[in-house]
Ligand binder design. Sequence first.
Ligand code: ZN
Length: 674
Amino acid sequence: MQNPLLDWNGATPPWDQITAQHLEAAVEQVIERNRSLIRQIEAEKSPCWDNSVAVLEQADNDLHKAFQPGAHLHSVQNTSEWRAAYEACLPKLTQYSSELGQNQALYRAYQTVSQQTGLDQEQQQVLAHALRDFKLSGVSLDAPRQKRFQDIQLRLAELSNSFEQHLLDATDAWQHQITDEADLAGLPPSAREAAAAKAHSKQLPGWLFGLDFPSFDAVMTHAQDRAWRELTYRAYTTRASDQSEKADVDNGPLMDEILQLRAEQAQLLGFANYAEVSLASKMAESPDQVERFLLDLAGKARPAALRELAELQDFASSRGGPESLQPWDVAFYSEQLKQQRFGLEDEALKPYFALPNVLKGMFHAAQTLFGVRFRQADLPVWHEHVMGFEVLGEQDTVMAWFFLDPYAREQKRGGAWMNDMAGRMRLPAQTQLPIATLTCNSAPPTGDKPALLTHDDAVTLFHEFGHGLQHMLTQVSQLSVSGINGVPWDAVELPSQFMENWCWEEEALQQFAHHYETGEAIPSEWIRQIRASRRFHAGLAAVRQVELALFDLRLHRASSAADVQATLDQVRSEVAVLTPPAWNRFANSFSHIFAGGYAAGYYSYKWAEVLAADAFEAFQEAGIFDQATGLRFRQCILETGGSEDAMALFKQFRGREPQVDALLRQDGLLEEVA
Ligand code: ZN
């Protein structure tokens, strides 16, 4: 019988037929076929687009389509069968992709093709990205250097893994038991229940608190006992460091070695430092440009952050709090102040955000702005809650499909994300249409009520929909630069953060935030409060993000291993408004840059926020439902994606480069004059 993962051309994945045992077989079969195609390309005497690049693009497409639906099911119905199937595929895929990256014959074929004439813009971009990635994987080095490069890669993978492992061990090793209920003062019922369950699972009486984020966060935000907050803060911010109680898991030496090896790797590749390597595939042009961007943002956000801190200090004092706020006081008093200022409860808002109404509002916005329609369709799905949709363009032709899996359930990964099952691609016989999945985790409907979302849930759904639109409205024909493919890391959050705005604007909320029983629009006063809460302590948050980003950037600008703590202290002295104690070892748990993919890329969060805020201002100027502006956004950003230079595209849309002030205005940081 045919494997359903290998047999869904021209349609959506046959979700109802795919089982875990199909995955490994499908992946193996495609990899084997791809290897023989690659051998043919290697043997090609006169490589050209059609006999080389197009063949490899098609091979990538086949592998993507064989694996991706299975990887998706692994995330949303995480049974032991799916876990085993997924894990069996990972080493095979890693092996295959490193073969590709190191393949000198392929590299030469791509070089040859890139010098040929008659290539269109999309083809040139495919080649430019591929040659860049070949170069970044060390393919053009001589043999001894290539060997050294690969050794470094392996060692870095080990180090990252150990970094994360140490952090997990350090997080798990610490616990704090409470046996007198009075000591829990301030904690909400959900946090108490979780702590009681944790104690129970270890056969201990009372309540047990750890350093996992929900537990840490609950104590910092709600615990009235200041000494307990300090104790927890100290344990949390010294994890995996020379200051922690468990000195055997110190990440310090690992961080030094990671930075040293990254610097060496950069030099092997011909870059001055690792920050340059990281930026080679990003929208930002140079470390200097990023540094200027961050300092500009810090300088402009700091006055507001200082004001917010002074106000918080006054508030704390008026409540009998400490004379001088410490880092373990900030979240606690912020929460109190927030409650006093915005009494609005999630529960009261939920009837205005029933899923059917939110979807209506989301589709209405996209239809008005971008001229596309959405129609629910009877497509195979993987769970009864999942909805399939067609995206309709001119004359109601289907231009893409997507699946929405909205509710939390057992064996489904938490959080929210957009995933691509297939990208747009011109094939000899037809054009392959994009397919996306949008996964959220809001509360399912109960009884005969529709699912009622929190405002946060609605914002998240709009966010993922924004990613989805960039993937689905693409008009690009070459797979590796169509949809979200090939979009630089620091620009990929532009459409998603941009779409969130239609959940914050009065005009949009009036249009869809209607009570699910009475049909009444949400009261204007509530909209005002929702909007004000978005800006609460925005200055403090911005300054904190800049601190992390600048620290990350400077660590990776050094030509050899930088002194981690000295770099952090220096950044804090320039940027922070509240300096942590000297024993704070935040860097030792900064997984984003030491164990994740964010090295010299943490700035991307703020960078993309600026793009989204600035793009949105074009709509505030023209009207948030202005179709001419919407179509321009569709054309410059959504349809073109990674096929052209991201800065050039932004400039095409906005008529100029992005401006930091747009974000500051959105966050309310430019308005008040002291
Ligand atoms: Zn996102």
